[in-house]
Design a protein around this ligand. Sequence first.
Ligand SMILES: *Cc1c(COP(=O)(O)O)cnc(C)c1O
Length: 480
Amino acid sequence: MSQQPPEPGFHMSSEEFRRWGREVIDWIADYHERVETLPVLSRVEPGAIRRALPEHPPEQGEGFERMLADLDEKVLPGITHWQSPNFFAFFPANVSYPSILGELLSAGLGVQGMLWTTSPACTEIETLVLDWVVELLDLPRTFHSSGAGGGVIQDSASSATLCALLAARHRAAEAPAEALVAYASTEAHSSVDKAMEIAGLGRDRLRRIAVDADRALDPAALSAAMAEDRAAGRRPFFVVATVGTTSSLAFDPLDAVGAAARAEGAWLHVDAAMAGTAAVCPELRWIHRGLEQAQSYCFNPHKWMFTNFDCDCFYVSDRQALIDALSVVPEYLRNRASESGQVIDYRDWQVPLGRRFRALKLWFVIRHYGIRGLRAHVRRHVELAAGFARWVESHPELELAAPCRLNLVCFRHRRGDRASEDLLEALNASEKLYLTHTRLDGRYVLRMSIGQTRTESRHVEQAREAIDAIVSNGRLPGSA
Ligand SMILES: *Cc1c(COP(=O)(O)O)cnc(C)c1O
């Protein structure tokens, strides 16, 4: 290895890459081994991380060891540890070693999978893995690539919903754009509003439909809204149903919503971003009852299926509807394979042209864990949540704020919003865990979201102890 400082513009040698590659893998393994001991929520002041770093780019290239050292000293203080088993905030964005290795190999190969011909394996493995997932979750056969439908990996559920909306709009092209109306419940994700804006329809044209006592979309209210729009000369064209809402994990009744959408000829898109993973377990497949009526569906392996962000599986029952909406073929992308009609070009299934080899990480995850392994982890999380919910119900000072069906427990202090807010603040200030909140029916609610890869019963037990100490004594055990 050269002892001289590198010449300007020199590439990192393969020798150095091997050496630092090993160091980086060690760094990641060490990090995952100790992440449990780190304060979960970063508490740096705004601007603190930037101030600790040089304001200008280096004139002379630097050695890699300095970069790695900065990671420990300068970067980690500004990291909120999503991979901590004590992370109970938002929804999980869990990862696993096989997924990290898949990401690394995808970077190493550095292929652009925009067309089949630009890397056939990138496309064919993606199609295969998405067909595997149809089996894994027992999704309707209409989403399998052997029929008219198929799946594709998107960066996010937001992009999947946008693509579904664009396909639906294209299908309704006979109607004037200003007549189009979309529907989703008041609890549906904000990405639906965003998709309406991006599509140029505007969020005013999204009707937010009332929910029932369990915060699930009320199909009668949906039918009434669509009938009213139809009578006024408007065209109901797109309905989003949510399987596991972000706030409280409510489940829209897909069979009734699907029937209502079908009656109006509207496209039904089902957003199961976090909860979809549960369907690896046969006993949890009730979440998808009625899904066969959907024209499209998405869920995020990057939330609860041990796969690094970004990885959203997006399915359509009629791939031609999607391709018709999104395909634009300039001369420089023409090629014999595409014109043969025998291959998939995934650039026609998404907004950007270029795409990474994201299927590798999902393929590795499914192969590493197998169906059995994935089920075991999902079942553990669901059982932990059920146990936590029972504990809340039995606690004199706490109460459930929504039914706990999978891995999210919404609860609050019986003494009201102020007490609930104080509880959350004290918990997070302890640095031992991290929870976030929502509001349900205007009331402040804590969310205990259980889905981190390495969350075990002892972590949930510690959380219970911390909550109980604050609620019962006004402070944490061992604090002054
Ligand atoms: C998290 C979430 C989303 C957004 O997911 P992204 O992949 O980050 O776009 C959409 N819908 C629901 C129901 C969610 O919980």
